[in-house]
Ligand binder design. Structure first.
Ligand code: KG4
Ligand code: ZN
Length: 338
């Protein structure tokens, strides 16, 4: 097969990403724009998200091409996230990709965003198969058994909120900015990541996750402590309480991750590695907890660098690259599946 170049486009939520991947040389360039328009709202506002995607997509693709000193004519395959995500945001990337593919007669491939996260460690590491992948971001929390490129099965997933979403909601409850994950981590660090309040752990004997109960438990505990007004939805406690709640919440999330991963490892003793991916995998405290677990089972652990933990075009280009090799192309009827 002749070498080929894949342009990856990611617009599923509030990041606009574009990257170029060479089938023999690897990643050639990677450009990203992260919206900060949602801070005041405590979460992503879909209407704003898609409008900003529309503004940013052209400059970000141009920037990826410039970095690689290429132009659109040099691209062979266009890989674009078409599922899951916010419909309006996904549509911007998919319409753009279809326009280029149609006008310049390029191949197009619709990519599952979560598959992008699952294979994101391969941008930097040669991860052995089979392995177990914990994906945790604002939209998804899942455990996968990964057997090969594009070959994976779900072992467990969240029944309600994703872990990242829970970070964002708890942060909002405490009056902290969006995205909540980094804010909670900073606050927890101030009190040494101690577990002050022992929030309930979700413990069914499956590999599924659930975070809505934890969110409610934190809220009622705050009400009991006279630190949250249910009517105005405002936090009324002090700084010290914010730190303690943040720390106890983080300790709880980490405990559940470790417990589920350990259960999955025991069920699949033939695995050769662990990976931890998605926005929440930026969290140093959780990374350390998972590192300890990996050591206990003598498994190598692969976690992407921070820029590949969050949404990015590089992981989409990578998946597009192997799907092209497998001949798994889409056609110009490609639609979004929010
Ligand atoms: O992967 P990502 O960029 O987007 C989705 O696909 O959803 O993940 C974003 C999520 C947000 O919920 C954010 O709060 C969380 O990742 N996050 C963190 C940290 N940094 C980002 N969560 C915990 N600790 C962090 N340091
Ligand atoms: Zn994501």
């Amino acid at each position: 097969m002749k070498p080929y170049i894949t342009l990856g486009i990611e617009t599923s939520c509030d990041e606009t990403g574009a990257a170029l991947y060479h089938s023999e040389k690897g990643l050639l360039s990677d450009a990203l724009f992260s919206q900060d328009h949602h801070h005041a709202y405590g979460g992503v506002v879909p209407e704003i998200g898609s409008r900003v995607q529309l503004e940013r997509i052209n400059p970000i693709i141009s920037s990826a091409l410039e970095q690689a000193q290429l132009d659109l004519n040099d691209v062979d395959v266009i890989a674009v996230t078409n599922r899951p995500g916010l419909a309006g945001s996904l549509l911007v990337g998919v319409c753009f990709a279809k326009a280029i593919a149609g006008a310049l007669n390029k191949k197009i491939i619709g990519i599952n965003h979560i598959e992008g996260h699952v294979f994101s460690p391969f941008l930097e590491f040669d991860v052995p198969f089979p392995h177990i992948c914990l994906t945790s971001s604002g939209g998804h929390t899942s455990l996968f058994l990964v057997r090969g490129f594009g070959e994976y099965e779900i072992l467990g997933q969240t029944a309600d909120d994703a872990a990242g979403e829970a970070f964002d909601k708890i942060a909002k409850m405490l009056g902290l900015a969006y995205p909540g994950g980094p804010e909670i981590e900073k606050r927890a660090a101030l009190v040494d990541f101690q577990d002050f309040f022992r929030y309930p752990r979700h413990k069914p004997k499956t590999l599924d996750f659930s975070y809505s109960g934890l969110k409610t438990a934190v809220m009622y505990d705050l009400v009991k402590k006279n630190a949250y007004d249910m009517k105005t939805k405002k936090f009324t406690g002090d700084d010290e309480l914010i730190n303690k709640v943040a720390s106890s919440f983080l300790a709880c999330v980490a405990d559940v991750f470790v417990e589920k991963l350990e259960r999955a490892i025991k069920q699949h003793p033939d695995i050769k590695a662990l990976t931890f991916v998605g926005g929440v995998s930026r969290n140093k405290f959780i990374r350390e907890r998972i590192e300890q677990l990996a050591k206990k089972y003598e498994l190598p652990l692969f976690i992407p660098s921070p820029q590949y933990c969050i949404d990015n075009g590089a992981m989409i280009a990578f998946v597009g690259n192997y799907k092209a090799a497998q001949g798994k192309f889409s056609d110009l009827y490609l639609d979004v599946q929010p």
